[in-house]
Design a protein around this ligand. Structure first.
Ligand code: B1M
Length: 235
């Protein structure tokens, strides 16, 4: 997508709509500094952080994903795009988190074993923190032991698991089955997410809910925590 003409583009001179399209191009080209600049410009123009995230960054990554799938982009290019996306997210994180919301509960979250995709999980973590949840992020490639250890030591309320590959999503069932075998399944709210999952899969593996995106994860977590509090209050 990039060509020499890009050198002449002054991001701050573009209208919002053009700027967002240019940011999609820049994300595609893995241009970290341009993405940081674009994010800052949109924020200065009064855009909500969540709007910048979804329209400029997630929107751009969707195009990258499509061309990756179609064999137009390859891993090194996608890694650069992911890096640029993370740089933009780093600017938005404090803004999404600084809501001063009351503490809602604690979530342990991680990407499952064999899977190194972490952008979606990071986004969920940010949004959960922004909504007042305490988040313990276990990173990528988590074996069942890592989840269970953290759930216990952190005294968490919620387990969040992320998987982006059809080959790694079945590992979520391994984690839930191990929790059942240890008799601790019902001690936690289990939420799962990731592009290849759906509601049916969430049900089939015994999760409490499948979350389509980070906003749904927050709403779902709030609902389940409220239910838990009501049950405790009812004795
Ligand atoms: Co990968 N990759 N990748 N990749 N990659 C996909 C997932 C793929 C769909 C691309 C494609 O073919 N179209 C495809 C999977 C196909 C499949 O399994 N059906 C794929 C493949 C094949 C691979 C490799 C095998 C490629 C290879 O090596 N040949 C390899 C696997 C490595 C491994 O994990 N073992 C690989 C590697 C990589 C990179 C390292 C290059 C890079 C990851 C960088 C990183 O994450 N740090 C990468 C990327 C970036 C992608 C795509 C392009 C983008 C993923 C992303 O970040 N999306 C992706 C294509 C796609 O998804 N369209 C692709 C943006 C993110 C905001 O969305 O992650 O869906 P998402 O998260 C959302 C929701 O799903 C939900 O909320 C998030 C925010 O709204 N959610 C949760 C996610 N987790 C949640 C957890 C929750 C709740 C909600 O818990 C409560």
């Amino acid at each position: 997508m990039s060509d020499d003409q890009d050198d002449d583009i002054i991001l701050s001179e573009l209208e919002d709509e053009e700027l967002v399209l240019q940011m999609h191009d820049d994300l595609y080209d893995g241009l970290k500094e341009e993405i940081e600049e674009g994010v800052n410009i949109l924020l200065e123009r009064g855009w909500e952080p969540y709007e910048v995230l979804t329209e400029a960054l997630v929107g751009g990554m969707t195009i990258v994903g499509r061309d990756f799938r179609d064999g137009i982009l390859f891993v090194p290019e996608v890694l650069l795009a992911a890096n640029a996306m993370k740089a933009g997210m780093a600017i938005l994180k404090p803004l999404l988190v600084e809501t001063g919301a009351p503490r809602m509960g604690k979530m342990v979250i991680g990407t499952v074993k064999g899977d190194i995709h972490d952008i979606g999980k990071n986004l969920v973590s940010m949004m959960m923190e922004g909504a007042g949840f305490e988040v313990v992020d276990l990173g990528i490639n988590n074996a069942v032991e890592s989840y269970l250890e953290a759930l216990k030591s952190e005294e968490a309320d919620i387990l969040g698991m992320s998987a982006l590959l059809t080959t790694t999503m079945p590992y979520m069932k391994v984690v839930i089955d191990t929790m059942k075998a240890e008799g601790i399944r019902d001690d936690y709210i289990i939420l799962v997410g990731g592009a290849p999952l759906n509601e049916e899969f969430g049900k089939a593996i015994g999760a409490d809910a499948y979350c389509r995106d980070a906003a749904v994860a927050v709403e779902t977590a709030k609902e389940f925590i409220a239910r838990k509090h009501n049950q405790l209050a009812a004795g």
